[in-house]
Design a binder for this molecule. Structure first.
Ligand code: FCB
Length: 445
């Protein structure tokens, strides 16, 4: 078996009500991109752009989850988790993001939720995991008030149909990634490189989030609703005051921009000054909309970051392990982040909605002994427990990801799954990390 030292945590210490889950996103696993009336999203379009995806791949098949739903539900159940986080492909249930609904699309999510119910697994639904219907983007996307209104209608329709069967709903997954990687750096869909556009998108998404929260409450007042943010502690790369200042601004852009707006109804003043003319246009009621109370914030944590005004930070310089994404393994950062969110924002409830790692897997004799991923997950579960010991109301932990999948601009080259996917045969093979998780969740670890 493995060489790890005993993990310094016990499942019992999390209590019986803790949410243990695995997470996925529609675009990354479903495939069936042109089946049963689904229309393209901005990510389908982005895949067609020369050089946009590292391995030139697309999601016509992906993990073929759409056609292998029952098998995948059995895998989820086999893990012993009590929760599953998934997203809805908006252009599957409403091809143009506006106008007619696609019943076949809803049927798929109905089957998915029924399958979870039959297996006693909670459904945690994300409304938007980056796949904006292309038809809406053609009309200006997140820069157009119409798209914002359409999202609210979509959110209400999902709640009307499924709300009573969900354990939680989240409006947006990682607005920082959507806006900065998609509209400032241009490395994610839709591939725009303009900071002022990016900040306007970041703002409009937050406004849309707040309005959707209100709309969700109208339809399903008892449903736990929130937003998922990617966050990490940010340190200056050196004592140089310029690096210290940069770290503060970067923290402002990634953490405080979203948390201050949602919890305090204002953007951080230092970031507004820093952005200058690139700052967003803010309408009178926007900040009231954004600060509509949330039931929880989902935290997606993978690594910490260093800010430097000179040479880019050398990720190997700490001597810590680095994943296949080039991300430092730093579990203490998760505990630090959770504690900080609790101290600064008095958050009612947090959930770790994504945490996991890509490593190069070797399939040997039909087995994948992914000891590094297993140890990554263990150390971050341990960090989550430490945060709970320190009084932070973190009430769930979801592994990213159930399956190897389409890792956005990296294509299929980066594998985050605790279950291996052979992209030729589409065969699923549980990795050692998933076998360990099952054992841990059974309480026998
Ligand atoms: C997060 C995304 C998720 C996955 C992981 C590795 O930013 O939410 O879809 O790609 O990173």
């Amino acid at each position: 078996m493995n060489q790890l030292t005993e993990p310094s945590f016990s499942k019992a210490e999390f209590g019986d009500n803790f949410v243990w889950g695995v997470a996925t996103a529609a675009f990354q696993i479903e495939g069936a991109a042109r089946t049963d009336g689904r229309a393209p999203s901005i990510w389908d379009t982005f895949c067609e752009k020369e050089g946009a995806i590292a391995d030139g791949s697309d999601v016509l098949i992906a993990c073929d989850h759409y056609n292998r739903l029952e098998e995948d539900l059995n895998h989820i159940a086999g893990l012993g988790v009590n929760a599953y986080r998934f997203s809805v492909s908006w252009s599957r249930v409403q091809p143009r993001g506006d106008g007619p609904w696609n019943e076949k699309g809803f049927d798929f999510y109905d089957r998915l939720i029924s399958g979870l119910e039959q297996r006693g697994i909670q459904a945690h639904l994300t409304l938007f995991h980056w796949d904006l219907p292309q038809a809406l983007d053609d009309r200006g996307g997140w820069l157009n008030d119409e798209a914002m209104d359409c999202f609210v209608v979509y959110a209400q329709e999902i709640c009307r149909r499924f709300g009573h069967r969900l354990a939680s709903i989240c409006t947006f997954n990682e607005p920082w990634v959507i806006s900065i990687l998609g509209y400032e750096q241009g490395v994610f869909a839709p591939g725009i490189k303009d900071r002022s556009v990016a900040m306007q998108v970041a703002h409009n998404i937050l406004v849309t989030h707040g309005r959707a929260m209100r709309a969700i409450r109208e339809v399903t007042p008892d449903l736990s609703a929130g937003i998922v943010l990617n966050m990490s502690p940010i340190y200056p790369a050196s004592d140089d005051p310029a690096d210290v200042e940069k770290a503060k601004i970067d923290d402002g852009l990634i953490v405080r921009w979203y948390m201050d707006a949602i919890y305090h109804g204002r953007y951080p003043a230092d970031v507004i000054t820093y952005l200058g003319a690139d700052g967003p246009m803010i309408k009178e009621t926007d900040m009231t909309d954004i600060s509509e109370p949330v039931d929880f914030v989902g935290v997606n944590y993978y690594t910490r970051n260093f800010s430097s005004t000179g040479n880019p930070w050398d990720v190997t310089s700490t001597g810590n392990q680095v994943t296949d994404m080039g991300w430092e393994v730093y579990p203490d950062g998760l505990c630090e982040l959770l504690c900080r969110l609790n101290d600064d924002y008095n958050v009612g409830k947090l959930m770790v909605t994504e945490n996991g790692a890509a490593f190069k897997d070797v399939l040997e004799d039909g087995q994948i002994n992914d000891i590094e991923r297993q140890s990554y997950i263990q150390s971050h579960i341990s960090a989550t427990l430490e945060a709970r010991h320190r009084g932070v109301p973190v009430e769930g932990y979801f592994v990213w990801s159930l399956l190897d999948n389409f890792e956005w601009a990296s294509g299929y080259e980066k594998r985050f799954g605790i279950i291996h996917v052979d992209y030729e045969s589409l065969e699923r093979t549980p990795k050692a990390s998933s076998l360990w998780l099952t054992e841990y969740l059974s309480g026998e670890s």
